[in-house]
Design a protein around this ligand. Structure first.
Ligand code: GP9
Ligand code: MN
Length: 429
């Protein structure tokens, strides 16, 4: 019932951040691109294989003076993987401890999501693009609940021989097609593009392989850099479409990796990648970092070291866009706020904070990676406080999703989304 919202609202009120005036409203009215980089991890940024950069195009964006890049940004997904990342980014709600919330709750729950917020407050056109069948992760239903006006799924892209590796259209073909549609959207628009080629098991046809595989000797890990390189090239091509069409100069481009590509079952290979003899739980925690960058002409860029994650993206973007969001139920904190907590919750209750990292039952100092052996009383108190924050935010977010609590919540400047307003079963051209 609506009284279940009380502890949620109390928690969020207590953890509100203040506005960073350097950035508030700086992207107002711009087109927004959310580019989902499948399975891309932070370590590939600036990483070289035989002297060659794996992601030269992303590296260029990463280091550009008008890009805010984050180097302590973590994925926070659970079993829902891509779907959990999507849910977090557009709702600032966590995925569930088991399964995929977009599948179990995406059809029936009430959401107050980024597409609906931007459409209602600032008249944005909203569209999601993905080269897989629309039903995967229940997107075709969840997107209606999120208020997406358009969903350009698989059948909207030309079908070319060998164009489909595993889960969908290859990134270059997909992004070329998406660029075509994007140019026809009324501006300002909010466009989410979900890539796929850099997905396990990292299959790519020979003619598209243009960098050597890793040489860890682990066959499931080694081709990862080849599909990552292909993904990077597709992003380079997409950026030049945006330059050519003139869209680049009035757009804010947000890029993020959704989750790890190399799981913790590949420790020797991970050690090899990191140039170490072996890895401990601290290394594995840091291996959960994914790229997150925001690029826009005129933006005051630089590499930002704040500790954050996917849950924090929506409030960050809302602040940049000058969108009212003060009373919305969102668990993240603006990554650009100077008074943010810097506690990153993993879905299983482990965490990374600016001081401590708890992962797989071990505790470390985040800055040095040294194991905490003898905690002082004061340190113990900090760890307990961080843990409490993490446990509370996860369980309150679960209450919101499991109890469909947003149906009882009617914030200012938000009208309930009517799913019947949306229909994606248009004939593809
Ligand atoms: C398929 C997809 C893959 O549509 O986005 O999802 P993942 O396996 O990464 O969760
Ligand atoms: Mn994914």
């Amino acid at each position: 019932s609506s009284s279940d919202l009380k502890p949620v609202l109390k928690f969020l009120k207590k953890n509100q951040t203040s506005k960073n005036v350097t950035y508030a409203g700086k992207a107002k009215g711009k087109n927004v691109f959310i580019i989902h980089l499948e399975s891309l991890q932070q370590w590939v940024i600036d990483y070289k294989v035989d002297g060659e950069e794996v992601t030269p195009n992303l590296n260029k964006i990463y280091h550009a003076s008008d890009t805010i890049a984050f180097d302590n940004f973590f994925n926070q997904v659970g079993q829902g993987k891509t779907a959990d990342a999507e849910l977090m980014l557009e709702n600032s709600l966590f995925g569930l401890p088991e399964g995929s919330a977009m599948t179990t709750n995406g059809t029936t729950n009430t959401f107050q999501s980024a597409p609906a917020i931007l459409e209602q407050q600032q008249g944005y056109t909203t569209a999601s693009f993905h080269g897989d069948v629309p039903s995967f992760w229940n997107r075709d239903n969840a997107y209606k609940s999120f208020g997406y006006e358009y969903f350009f799924s698989k059948s909207y892209y030309p079908s070319v021989k060998d164009d489909d590796v595993g889960y969908g259209i290859k990134d270059k073909i997909f992004l070329k097609g998406a660029a075509n549609y994007v140019q026809q959207l009324p501006q300002p628009f909010y466009a989410k593009l979900i890539t796929i080629t850099n997905h396990y098991p990292y299959i790519l046809d020979k003619k598209n392989k243009s960098i050597d595989a890793l040489k860890t000797g682990d066959n499931t890990v080694d081709p990862y850099v080849q599909t990552a390189h292909y993904l990077d090239q597709s992003i380079g091509e997409f950026m030049s479409y945006l330059d050519k069409s003139g869209l680049r100069k009035n757009s804010m481009i947000v890029l993020y990796g959704d989750h790890y590509g190399i799981s913790n079952n590949h420790k020797p290979a991970i050690a090899d990648i990191l140039g170490k003899k072996s890895v401990d739980n601290y290394d594995l925690a840091m291996f959960q970092k994914v790229p997150f960058m925001i690029q826009m002409p005129g933006l005051k860029g630089g590499i930002n070291h704040t500790y954050g994650g996917e849950i924090d993206v929506l409030p960050t973007i809302e602040n940049l866009l000058g969108v009212y969001h003060k009373n919305y139920i969102q668990f993240g904190q603006d990554l650009l706020a100077t008074d943010r907590k810097q506690i990153v919750a993993f879905r299983d209750g482990d965490f990374v904070s600016s001081q401590f990292t708890k992962y797989g039952g071990d505790l470390y100092y985040t800055k040095t990676g040294k194991k905490v052996t003898h905690e002082t009383k004061a340190q113990k108190a900090v760890v307990a406080k961080d843990q409490k924050y993490v446990t509370t935010e996860l369980s309150l977010s679960d209450d919101v999703v499991n109890g469909d609590l947003l149906r009882f919540y009617h914030p200012k400047h938000f009208t309930k989304v009517n799913k019947k307003d949306y229909n994606y079963n248009l004939n593809a051209s």
